[in-house]
Design a protein around this ligand. Structure first.
Ligand code: ARG
Length: 459
């Protein structure tokens, strides 16, 4: 049991207590950030004259050595240490003797862990944004390819109006673009350095907090030391952004699962992204999409869990906050993995254009356009709506689509219909005339694709 404290204790910690309290099993995840933070702290201690430049060099060299040895597998992070901070410090002292004992001057594990977690989350925000960009690029390619792939658009899961696959995918493009931007704004808000806050009340050493902030790429130091050691808002914001990403992925997965089903057959997932059944030889299952959908619950769980943990914690640091780590690490790994797998899955799927078009052609997706035809010919919209309703009822009875009814049948229901009704309700017209920005028509779609192209350039 290697601890950083013990001076005021007369007994050894109970083994169960030690294990319950220890965090080395998970906080080793930010080993890199811990070393990075310590290096900045030591450089600052040197610059304000608390350490000599020889001491600074010795400690920096020691920290670099520890980092290298761990990366190269020569030094193992073991449960013999209470946490990652103790591991680094104990190893430093082993290597540099008394000089290493000066590393923790003007610092507490409270501001140290606040810093490590912040550095870790900031790095992970950047990584999550990178994987999101890969997904956005695949969505962008699919949009460009499917500007004229007609399909039914749904409301209430009932066929509503014809759209295109580019338009449908474009909806997700917008969601994931917002996710990308949301992560960016969280990063901006959290980019303040808590180092120097000490245990809760700063320190009597004349630390240069601006210097450490700058060395670590922060915009500046945090402005309240009690808040600095007890703020986990940014982790909650991050978990909330991750939950939204999962919500978006989950909705898309649900659609992929339906589209890939025997009933829809809109798409076919690649063999590499499907799984078989141990008993039913004909099966090709969309397990990846289902797993992504399923893992959404796990990420929401992390968000709810941390919100609940933080509720009612008095200022300033309390050990409850150690609970922020495992669930955050798990959520991050889950989300990055899900985005990457989802990206591969949609990148390799095949689209059955004919099936999609055929589905749009049946189900009266052009009924609104038929009503609009009457309106353009002088019938008030409410009347037109009623007339088309009757026409649909008649067509269902005849087992025909609107395009298949004869002009005579149209005129029986309303004499306003003329030969040009067929042109007005053709799928091509229904989609291609919808050209206000954001709509599925090709002009509008190409404009959006151009805007997205610009968004993605140099990313
Ligand atoms: N493992 C602790 C955490 O994750 C580090 C801070 C410990 N501070 C303390 N006063 N015991 O929060």
């Amino acid at each position: 049991m290697a601890q950083l404290w013990g001076g005021r204790f007369t007994k050894e910690t109970d083994k169960l207590v030690y294990n319950f309290n220890a965090s080395i099993g998970f906080d080793q995840k930010f080993f890199k950030q811990d070393v990075e933070g310590s290096k900045a702290h030591v450089k600052m201690l040197g610059s304000v004259g608390i350490l000599t430049s020889d001491e600074v060099d010795t400690i920096l060299e020691g920290l670099t050595g520890i980092y290298q040895d761990v990366i190269e597998g020569k030094l193992e992070i073991t449960s013999e240490y209470e946490d990652i901070h103790s591991f680094v410090e104990a190893n430093l002292i082993e290597r540099t003797g008394d000089t290493g004992k000066k590393l923790h001057t003007g610092r507490s594990r409270n501001d140290q862990v606040a810093l490590d977690m912040r550095l870790y989350v900031r790095d992970e925000i950047d990584e999550t944004r990178d994987v999101l960009i890969k997904l956005l690029k695949v969505l962008h390619r699919l949009m460009k390819e499917h500007v004229d792939t007609y399909m039914p658009g749904f409301t209430h899961l009932q066929k509503a109006q014809p759209v295109t696959l580019a338009h449908h995918i474009g909806a997700y493009m917008e969601m994931f673009k917002r996710d990308y931007k949301r992560l960016g704004s969280i990063r901006e808000r959290m980019n303040e350095c808590p180092l120097g806050a000490g245990a809760l009340a700063g320190t009597t050493y004349q630390l240069d907090r601006r210097m450490t902030a700058e060395l670590l790429g922060f915009d500046g130091p945090t402005l309240n030391s009690m808040d600095s050691v007890s703020d986990r808002d940014y982790v909650i914001e991050f978990l909330s952004a991750l939950s939204l990403i999962m919500m978006h992925l989950s909705r898309f997965c649900e659609e992929i699962i339906m589209w890939n089903s025997n009933e829809y057959k809109f798409i076919e997932l690649d063999d590499a992204y499907s799984t078989g059944s141990s008993i039913m030889p004909q099966k090709k299952n969309p397990d990846i999409a289902e797993l992504v959908r399923g893992k959404t619950g796990r990420v929401y769980g992390a968000l709810t869990s941390l919100l609940t943990t933080m509720k009612g914690i008095p200022l300033a640091y309390n050990k409850d906050m150690q609970e922020d780590k495992e669930l955050t690490f798990d959520a991050i790994d889950t989300v990055k993995g899900c985005i990457a797998l989802f990206t591969g899955m949609i990148d390799t799927m095949t689209v059955n254009k004919d099936r999609m078009k055929d589905s749009a052609a049946h189900g009266f997706t052009n009924a609104t356009d038929a009503a609009d035809y009457l309106v353009k010919n002088g019938v008030p919209f409410r009347d037109a709506h009623g007339i088309i309703g009757r026409l649909v009822l008649y067509a269902i009875d005849q087992n025909k689509s609107l395009d298949e009814l004869s002009l005579h049948e149209y005129q029986e229901i309303c004499p306003v219909f003329k030969e040009d009704i067929y042109e007005a309700i053709s799928m091509k017209t229904c989609v291609e005339k919808r050209n206000t920005i954001g709509a599925p028509g090709p002009e509008a779609m190409n404009e959006v694709i151009r805007i997205n192209e610009e968004f993605l350039s140099n990313k």
